[in-house]
Design a protein around this ligand. Structure first.
Ligand code: PEP
Ligand code: MN
Length: 360
């Protein structure tokens, strides 16, 4: 898929002076809940109202959505508030029902994007549609799978497309519910600058207190929009309670976010610089993370060596590693001198840690 300018047209059509905001509850629960939230959101930056009707749950036995009846509530939202309406579709029958109820924006959830069969089924059911279709990243950090979803839709003559970054699941527990792995959306944006890119801080965070931070990073990386789960009574939500915020909190958050308007060359330059700097920050964070992990492994080796009473420094192995790193580094455009200096420093830090273990 080459870069296609027409993919961005729907977004330009909104004519916004701020990022596109999609707000609304994780799940439609009752007609009253859906309408109350919508009426509170209609006077905010929100242009598209989201609510899950069919909920993909990781484990059975949780709330699985109200089903097709919720589509009527969404239609009512559009009629009463003028907001566009959005919901997740996960198979051809969802698509059929959503189209019958004139849903404006359909998104493919993270658990569906992983399955080419499902995505193809949805693409076939939506063939030639003018509706806006957004593809969430797959649960695993696989850019091809994500792009594959877009390609399947594009090939079905669906041109109003966009992607939603909602983070990636990890075995390791982190502060995020789904790790952002910013380098993936960054790469996607570099390859397809005209594909609208929306961040879903709610599912990245899994909790309220870091939504603002994640949203700011997304805006600094030039994302086109935000999808934020909003509920009148977040703590009592039937799904994803910990990450939802009230419409009032959403308004405050939007006020506090530093928006970046692209209006002239000077701002353009600053924006590009800012985007690149944020990319560097993300990468540096990753470097530190990796180094921290490396030290933990070094300490484990130290423990083993202590048990076996083996010397800390093993020159033969170290020379082998260095030789390989120099070759690997060359391929990535890194000089031999730099590789030597960097690994010497890393190695020294490992030795210090191991010595501490052995002498303890
Ligand atoms: C959702 O948007 O409520 C949802 C289920 O998201 P995801 O597919 O990102 O898990
Ligand atoms: Mn949710």
């Amino acid at each position: 898929m080459e870069n296609k300018k027409e993919m961005k047209k729907w977004l330009d059509g909104f004519n916004l002076n701020h990022p596109l905001v999609i707000g609304g509850p994780c799940s439609a629960e009752t007609e009253d809940q859906v309408l109350k939230i919508a009426h509170e959101l209609k006077t905010t930056d929100v242009s598209i109202y989201r609510a899950g009707i069919w909920k993909p749950r990781t484990r059975p036995g949780m709330f699985e959505g109200v089903g097709a009846i919720g589509l009527k509530w969404l239609e009512k939202v559009k009629k009463e508030t003028g907001l566009l309406i959005a919901t997740e579709v996960a198979n051809a029958s969802h698509v059929k029902l959503a189209l019958q109820h004139d849903i404006d924006v359909l998104w493919i959830g993270a658990r569906s994007t992983v399955s080419p069969f499902i995505v193809q089924e949805i693409a076939d059911a939506l063939r030639d549609t003018n509706k806006i279709v957004l593809v969430k990243n797959p649960v695993n950090p696989d850019l091809s799978l994500w792009l594959g979803g877009i390609e399947r839709l594009y090939s079905a003559n669906i041109k109003n497309l966009g992607v939603i970054h909602r983070g990636f699941s990890t075995y390791e527990k982190t502060k995020y519910r789904n790790n952002p792995e910013w380098q993936l959306p960054i790469e996607l944006q570099n390859r397809f600058p005209d594909l609208p890119l929306i961040c879903d801080p709610s599912h990245i965070a899994g909790r309220r207190d870091i939504l603002q931070d994640i949203s700011q990073t997304a805006l600094d990386l030039n994302f086109d929009g935000l999808m934020i789960e909003t509920h009148i009574n977040p703590d009592k939500a039937w799904s994803d309670a910990a990450q939802q915020i009230t419409p009032k909190v959403l308004v405050k958050m939007m006020e506090d976010l530093k928006m970046r308007k692209v209006t002239n060359e000077e701002i353009d330059y600053k924006n590009s610089l800012n985007t690149l700097r944020t990319q560097i920050d993300v990468i540096d964070h990753g470097l530190l993370d990796t180094l921290g992990k490396r030290m933990k492994v070094a300490i484990e080796i130290g423990n083993l060596k202590k048990k076996k009473n083996v010397a800390v420094l093993q020159t033969k192995r170290w020379n082998e590693i260095l030789g390989k790193m120099i070759l690997d580094g060359e391929e990535k455009g890194l000089s031999e001198e730099f590789i030597l200096r960097m690994f010497k420093a890393i190695h020294q830090e490992s030795i210090n840690h191991q010595k501490k273990v052995i002498n303890s």
